[in-house]
Structure formats: structure tokens, C-alpha cells
Ligand binder design. Structure first.
Ligand code: PMP
Length: 455
């Protein structure tokens, strides 16, 4: 097979992850590119996982890997948290799908209501994508309006309505996407993040049904949105009578037990959730104002009902896993711990980057971290610091894929799996994990230099 990453890194990677190379060959005969999620694609091949526990996952060759994917952000409590495992193991023989109402879904929904300040009513779905899809349809029914306003660089799942304008480049203003029709695009209004005036003008011009945003900024804070903007947006949408949707699929139960809205004490009209919500099993939810959510009810005052089926809505396994996870989250300790470790990781990485004279910077908030390569601005002054004056096009830009793949492989050689250039922490990570991660970064920088991929 031809070399696809870089000399030294690729050779060592092929040597260390032999079983994964074999599995990838099999996988490629089944799946396009051998993967079941675009983000899991890695050249020359992805690492396959066999089991996991706490902050670690293990490949079939027995290599231990400190994990910063954490189930795409769903595992705030770490892999296989005992409370979640016990709930699932106890439930499985009692039934995985009753096609009926059950107390477990009520218990799960009650946790959501208890923790999420906007959640007067809740409806379970199966993913974040479904939750944002439902939020839009409901907003259209209740407002009688058609358009949707989103922010450039905000990701809300992969359905047609919100996938456009989720990824760089942004400076072209062309949001066409293969397979998404012009009709759908004509109902989408895209506004630059952190610009209240532009948002206000766009609301006046387009009269949208709703405004949706990622509740700490695009791609979970890669381009941060903080309290002042969020509060300003709440005030603006209230004044203009537009439904405000906080997408808390990532931030819900992570930033604080009450999500970003709990942390900033802002009450949106609707909230979308998934991931931590279901304790690492598939699940999602839309929650919000009772007088909006009642468009799901038969004979509601809007005169139109939003029809909502869904085979796996509120299924017993996700319900027990979710309720078990939320019960632990409600103590506040997992968020506090993961946030503390996030700070330690960001600070440790920035120290290392200075020490190794590499032009990278780590930034982020809460239990999320981003590493930005090719950075030439001032050093970080702590967690309030946002590089590049929070510029969308500088913080969220296409990075050379050869460097990106080599970087991940180089880190994996040091026993660390970063979420691309990013990291999601859990309460199961330890100080030792962070120290080992910084060592792995040091080794990866040396390898990238040896392969002449970074100066
Ligand atoms: N919204 C946000 C903010 C997300 O990050 C994601 C997924 N990463 C989604 C929605 C879609 O969630 P799902 O993958 O469960 O469909």
C-alpha cells in the first residue's frame, strides 16, 4: 500500500496497530471508506477498539489509549460507569422495547425537567439530529413562519435544514451542499457568530421562525460564544418574538448539570439534547416551553398538531442508562471534575508548546479543549483567552489533512486518541492521564518534526 501519511510516523503506526490494519481491510469491503461516521476516518487506517473502561480504551493488540473522544462527548462519566452499566444489565432481560409507555421514561424525563431550566415539557427522540429537526418543525408550526436562522460554523446534526454552513470555508457565503435542495437553502438564514447587530438585521429582514445556536459557540466552542452574547441574543429574540433554541447536545449536562443555560442563567424557549442525556446509549430530546411543546398534543390551541412517531423514542435501555447518568451528573461533581481537568490539560499543553517552540495554542472552556496549529498571536493568558480575536475564519479553518492525519497517528503512537485537534474530557480522567497526554504531545511534536510536517 502506498504511503499516505508520512514516513516515520506511518511506519511506526502500521507496526503498532497491526490488528487494526487487518480489520480496516475487512471494514472497507463493507462500508464506504471502511467507516460508519465521517469523523472516524483516519489515514492510513483507523484504530479499532475492543473494550474500554474509565478514561481508557484498548485496541485488539492490547494497546492502551487515553481517550478524548469519550463517545463523541456522550461519556462525561467515562466509559462503562458502574451506575450506567448496572442499570443497563438489570434492564436488558426485563425488556428492551415494549412499544408502550413505562415508568422508566417518566423517571428519565423528570431528571431532564429537574436539571434543565427551560424544560417545562420534554419529548424523547433518538439523536441530536432528530432533536434539532423536531425543534425546527415545531417552531414553524407555532410561529406560522418558515425560515430558520443559524450561525456560521454551528453544527446541529446532519439533516438537510441545518447541515449547510456548519463547516469551513465560510468566506464564500455559498452554503450549497451536495444533496440539499435550493428550496431548503432558501429557508436558511446564516449569520456570522457573535454579531448581535447582524442577527438583529437578519431577523428584521427574514422574520424567521426560530434562531438556533450551539450553546458555547460553533463546534462546541471552537469559535466561542460567551455569556454577554448569549444574554444579548435572549433579549433580542424576546423583543422580536422569535423562538430561541439552545442546542445543548454537547453542552447539556457537561458545562454544568444544567448545561450552558444553567451556567449562564438564561432560559431559551426550546432546548435540544442528546449524548450525556442517554448515558452513552442512543437518545435525544427536545424540551422547552409548555405552550410551544403543546403543538405535539392532540387538539392543541395552535390548531395544528406536529405528528411525531419514532420506533425507539424513550426506549427502556436508553431510559435507564440516561436516568442513571443524570442522577450522578446532578451531584455537580462530574462537571466540576471534568472542567478542572480541562483547565489542567489546556494549561499544560500551552506550557509545552512554548517549551518546544511550536506555533500551536490550546484554548477552550469547561471540559473541552481545542489545539490550533499555525498560530502566530500572543500566548494564552488563561481560560478567558480566545485566540485570533475570536475570528470565525481563523479559528475554524481547514487544516492541511496530511498534518491532521499524521498528528492523530503520532499521538496514538504515544497512547492518546485526540478528537481530531480537539478533546472532550470526563470525570474519569485523572491528573496522571493529563501528564501522560502532555508527554504524548511532546513525542508527537518530535515525530512531526522528524517527518518535516511542522517547523
Ligand atoms: N448538535 C450538536 C451541537 C452536536 O454536536 C451534534 C453531534 N455532535 C448534534 C447536534 C447531532 O447529534 P447526533 O450525532 O446525536 O445526531
Amino acid at each position: 500500500m502506498s504511503q499516505v501519511v508520512a514516513g516515520g510516523i506511518e511506519a511506526a503506526y502500521r507496526e503498532k496497530f497491526r490488528s487494526s490494519a487487518q480489520l480496516y481491510e475487512r471494514g472497507c469491503r463493507v462500508f464506504p471508506n471502511g467507516v460508519t461516521h465521517d469523523g472516524r476516518y483516519l489515514r492510513p487506517f483507523p484504530v479499532y477498539i475492543d473494550r474500554s473502561e474509565g478514561s481508557k480504551k484498548y485496541d485488539p493488540d492490547g494497546n492502551e489509549i487515553i481517550d478524548y473522544w469519550m463517545g463523541h462527548g456522550s461519556l462525561l462519566l467515562g466509559h462503562s460507569h458502574p451506575a450506567v452499566v448496572e442499570a443497563v444489565v438489570r434492564q436488558a432481560p426485563r425488556g428492551t422495547h415494549w412499544g408502550a409507555n413505562h415508568e422508566l421514561e417518566i423517571r428519565w424525563g423528570e431528571w431532564v425537567r429537574k436539571l434543565i431550566r427551560s424544560a417545562e415539557r420534554v419529548r424523547f427522540v433518538n439523536s441530536g439530529t432528530e432533536a434539532t429537526l423536531m425543534a425546527l418543525r415545531l417552531s414553524r408550526i407555532v410561529s406560522g413562519r418558515r425560515k430558520v436562522l443559524k450561525f456560521a460554523g454551528h453544527f446541529h446534526g446532519w439533516h438537510d435544514w441545518l447541515m449547510p454552513a456548519a463547516d469551513a470555508p465560510y468566506d464564500t457565503g455559498n452554503w450549497r451542499m451536495p444533496g440539499v435542495t435550493e428550496g431548503v437553502l432558501s429557508d436558511l438564514v446564516v449569520v456570522p457568530p457573535n454579531d448581535l447587530e447582524a442577527t438583529s438585521r437578519a431577523i428584521d429582514e427574514h422574520q424567521p421562525a426560530c434562531v438556533i445556536l450551539e450553546a458555547t459557540g460553533g463546534h462546541w466552542g471552537m469559535v466561542p460564544m460567551r455569556g454577554d452574547f448569549l444574554r444579548g441574543l435572549r433579549k433580542l429574540t424576546e423583543e422580536k418574538g422569535v423562538i430561541l433554541i439552545f442546542d445543548e447536545v454537547i453542552t447539556g449536562f457537561r458545562v454544568s448539570p444544567g448545561g450552558s443555560q444553567g451556567y449562564y442563567e438564561i432560559t431559551p424557549d426550546l432546548t435540544t439534547m442528546a449524548k450525556i442525556l442517554a448515558g452513552g446509549l442512543p437518545g435525544g430530546a427536545l424540551a422547552g416551553r409548555a405552550d410551544i411543546m403543546n403543538a405535539l398534543e392532540f387538539d392543541n390551541p395552535h390548531g395544528q398538531k406536529m405528528r411525531h412517531p419514532g420506533t425507539y423514542n424513550g426506549n427502556p435501555l436508553s431510559a435507564v442508562a440516561g436516568a442513571a447518568a443524570l442522577e450522578v451528573v446532578a451531584t455537580g461533581e462530574p462537571c466540576r471534575r471534568a472542567n478542572e481537568l480541562g483547565r489542567r490539560l489546556r494549561a499544560g499543553l500551552n506550557e509545552l508548546f512554548v517549551q518546544k517552540s511550536v506555533n500551536w495554542i490550546a484554548y477552550g472552556e469547561f471540559s473541552m479543549a481545542t489545539v490550533l496549529p499555525n498560530y502566530d498571536g500572543p500566548p494564552s493568558s488563561g481560560d478567558d483567552f480566545i485566540p485570533c480575536d475570536n475570528s470565525l475564519t481563523q479559528l475554524d479553518r481547514k487544516i492541511d489533512p496530511v498534518l491532521t492525519h499524521a498528528f492523530r497517528c503520532a499521538l496514538l503512537l504515544g497512547g492518546v486518541d485526540f478528537f481530531g485537534w480537539r478533546a472532550m474530557l470526563s470525570s474519569a480522567h485523572t491528573e496522571e492521564d493529563i501528564d501522560r497526554t502532555i508527554e504524548a504531545f511532546s513525542g508527537a511534536i518530535d515525530l512531526l518534526r522528524a517527518d518535516r510536517l511542522i517547523p
